[in-house]
Design a protein. Structure first.
Length: 743
């Protein structure tokens, strides 16, 4: 039958396979016109996806970066640009007084500033010597006072400044002075890498660069269409590796002295994969570039006009401790460029964006395996589509194309937003769309009989539910560690070890899976989060990662529902000749540390803290009191108006010096019977006598409770304890707490 179907559709299959082969060849052959078109389309898609998902990307977490703008307002108030080094020195001095941490200049001081005194002395050459000798001598004494390069350099000595430099690929005469490289590598090692080799540079005058010490290049690298999407982090010059302004600024800001290149060997070739600063690895391409990690449109960082700094109009708390970037944003100064997030993006903000992303460790990147994956998808998806599409009607083909486009949009968005992996996957999508179009045409022109045969084959080769629902993954899961008020639940099977020793591995596995499935279903229905399974133990918590104001109520409901559900599960176990099980449930609330924790080898979203430990202890105490659920005091106080509780005891659990009150929930207030309320009332009266050390009254009432409610072992426990206390009374400072020796 399959052979017959293939023969009937051999033309469409052959055309599909030929198209896939052609597209795969075009993709790997880098045919210039096609490559140019693909690059332009990919870039456009990248821009559109970035702008569409800006609000889904991780937010800018730190507020440690600010921008001092040489803006239109500053030029209007302070005079035309470029300003005198005297004014720049005043600006630096003001920033030092504001206690900023680091100042990075998106500016180059490549020429010495003219000294007006020296210029005046030169003019004296036009006056007879007999008339200017005294004037010349006086002016010579003033020369140092008007050397503003020296004054600016002195300001640099008082802080942490990074000066901008520009590298050139052409071997021309260098201008100015270079700072020290961040790395010096053997020539052979540098040649083995694809880091751009620079031929010359435009640096700062020696006096300023020497005093500032640090420097970083400010080269921009727009794509062929003139749009900024990526930026170099490193260049090489001679045997040195130099950092960009953003990388150097962060290095100085974080007081990092250890920077190294991350490389890997592929087929004997040494390939750059990233730059490591202390423990942080910044992934790059083989040339040392990164995608500019835009997370917002322009002017996302605090901007302060330079003139406001000079005129003392900015409060100190707005700048203290911050990393400052100084750059031009004024109209006509040429530092506004088209970017992936919009036109007229300030160049100085590109540096701030990169620096901020390094601080937040947000590194969206195109993986080195992306091209290989795309080629593999062209072949795999193309082959499957070539074989399957001829069997489908035009209706199903159109539907598949729509689903594929939606799936493509979802997948690349998910990879970007959740995993910082940027893949456009346009070629595989184009392959599917092109094959679908070809087969739609084939479907319309085919004979009616052929169409019916294809439709008859539909059910055999494609499942009825061939379009699966793609579950969305939430942005709220940035597990950043936090301290939060949670309610935690522990449950454990009583006597599990003894029970398991008497069962076969198959029966034990089946019983445990059935039990865990049922209990997990209860937790999920009440919006709980499963933390872990440890054998037969379940740990769950509420109010994380999603906030839930009813977390305590839902957790207690879950504990009660788990016990109810267990009765149903036990009936099933009995039918399968398996032993019924009993569980204890411990619940407690409190401030708990929750987040993505673990080692570099394995991590998990979990909760830790003293309140968690107490919940575990409460679960263990269910057995000696022979109760099904025990609740801590914090949970009780939150939910006492919702549930009816029995105050079980006040105990000193393992690891606690103070007694804690523990409670047994009987049910929602509206569900508890009048008889139960009467029992609770009588019990609490007896307990009050017990805590007041009125032993005889307490024993009388507890004996009555034992007689009336013999199934409640708790009352018997108190009768036995009272007999002991009557013989050996507790210490005078007894606070009513019973010392528990179990965990």
């Amino acid at each position: 039958m399959i052979k017959k179907v293939i023969l009937k559709n051999r033309v469409a299959i052959f055309l599909g396979l030929a198209m896939v082969s052609f597209l795969a060849w075009v993709y790997i052959s880098s045919f210039p016109p096609i490559e140019k078109l693909a690059t332009e389309v990919n870039s456009t898609v990248y821009d559109l996806m970035l702008r569409a998902n800006l609000n889904k990307l991780p937010p800018i977490k730190n507020n440690n970066i600010a921008i001092i703008a040489i803006d239109d307002k500053s030029i209007a108030e302070q005079g035309r640009w470029p300003w005198s080094r005297k004014k720049i020195a005043q600006l630096v001095d003001k920033l030092h007084k504001q206690e900023v941490s680091v100042i990075a200049f998106d500016i180059i001081f490549s020429e010495s500033e003219r000294n007006i005194i020296l210029e005046t002395i030169d003019e004296l050459d036009n006056i007879p010597a007999s008339q200017n000798s005294n004037i010349r001598a006086s002016l010579q004494e003033l020369v140092p006072h008007f050397d503003y390069d020296i004054k600016l350099g002195q300001m640099f000595k008082g802080g942490e400044e990074i000066l901008g430099i520009v590298f050139n690929t052409e071997k021309t005469k260098p201008v100015g002075m270079l700072p020290s490289p961040i790395l010096t590598l053997p020539e052979k090692e540098l040649k083995s890498l694809s880091i751009p080799k620079m031929g010359s540079y435009l640096g700062n005058i020696a006096i300023l660069q020497t005093d500032a010490v640090n420097g970083g290049f400010i080269n921009s690298d727009p794509d062929p269409d003139g749009t900024l999407r990526q930026s170099y982090l490193i260049f090489s010059y001679k045997n040195g590796v130099y950092a960009s302004l953003a990388l150097e600024a962060i290095r100085v800001y974080l007081l990092s002295d250890k920077i190294q290149l991350v490389t890997a060997s592929y087929d004997g070739a040494n390939v750059l994969e990233g730059v490591q600063m202390d423990e942080v690895i910044i992934p790059t391409d083989e040339q040392g570039r990164i995608l500019i990690p835009f997370r917002a449109r322009a002017y996302a960082y605090p901007y302060f006009s330079a003139t406001d700094i000079l005129e003392n109009r900015v409060a100190k708390e707005n700048l203290a401790g911050k990393l400052i970037f100084i750059g031009a944003t004024a109209t006509g100064l040429g530092d506004l460029q088209p970017s992936a997030v919009g036109s007229n993006y300030p160049g100085v903000e590109v540096h701030a964006t990169i620096a901020s992303a390094i601080l937040d460790q947000y590194f969206p990147s195109k993986p080195v395996w992306g091209r290989g994956l795309e080629f593999a998808l062209i072949l795999i998806v193309g082959l499957l589509a070539s074989l399957i599409f001829p069997l489908l009607s035009a209706y199903w083909l159109a539907l598949i194309v729509i689903v594929m486009i939606g799936s493509w949009f979802f997948i690349i968005t998910l990879l970007w937003v959740s995993y910082e992996i940027i893949l456009t996957l346009l070629f595989p999508l184009f392959t599917v769309v092109a094959l679908a179009f070809v087969n739609m045409v084939n479907s319309y022109v085919s004979a009616s009989r052929q169409r019916k045969e294809v439709e008859s084959m539909f059910g055999q080769y494609v499942p009825q539910q061939h379009i699966e629902t793609i579950l969305k993954s939430s942005g709220e899961m940035l597990l950043t560690g936090e301290s939060k008020d949670l309610t935690v639940l522990f449950s454990d099977i009583r006597g599990f070890t003894t029970m398991s020793e008497k069962m076969s591995a198959t029966d034990l596995k089946m019983q445990l899976n059935e039990y865990l499935t049922a209990m997990t279903g209860v937790i999920f229905e009440l919006d709980g989060t499963i933390d872990k399974y440890v054998g037969d133990m379940i740990m769950a918590f509420w109010n994380a990662p999603l906030t839930d104001i009813d977390h305590a109520k839902k957790c207690v409901l879950a504990g009660l529902e788990m016990q109810r559900k267990l009765h149903e599960v036990n009936k099933y176990f009995v039918e399968k000749n398996l032993p019924p099980i009993a569980i204890g449930v411990g619940i407690n609330s409190g401030m708990i540390n929750v987040g993505d924790m673990g080692s570099k080898f394995r991590r998990a979203y979990t909760a830790i803290g003293d309140a968690v430990n107490l919940a575990s202890r409460l679960e263990g105490m269910c057995r000696p009191y022979e109760v099904e659920v025990l609740v801590g005091e914090a949970t009780y106080k939150t939910t006492k108006d919702i549930f009816v509780y029995m105050h079980v005891d006040k105990v000193k659990v393992k690891g606690k010096n103070q007694g804690v009150d523990i409670y047994l929930p009987l049910g929602l207030r509206e569900d508890v019977s009048a008889e139960q309320l009467k029992e609770v009332d009588e019990y609490h009266q007896a307990l009050e006598h017990y805590f007041k050390q009125e032993w005889e009254l307490a024993e009388q009432q507890f004996n009555t409770l034992v007689s009336d409610y013999p199934e409640r072992i708790l009352y018997t426990i108190y009768v036995e304890r009272l007999q002991l206390y009557r013989q050996t009374p507790p210490a005078q400072d007894w606070d009513g707490a019973y010392v528990s020796t179990s965990k």
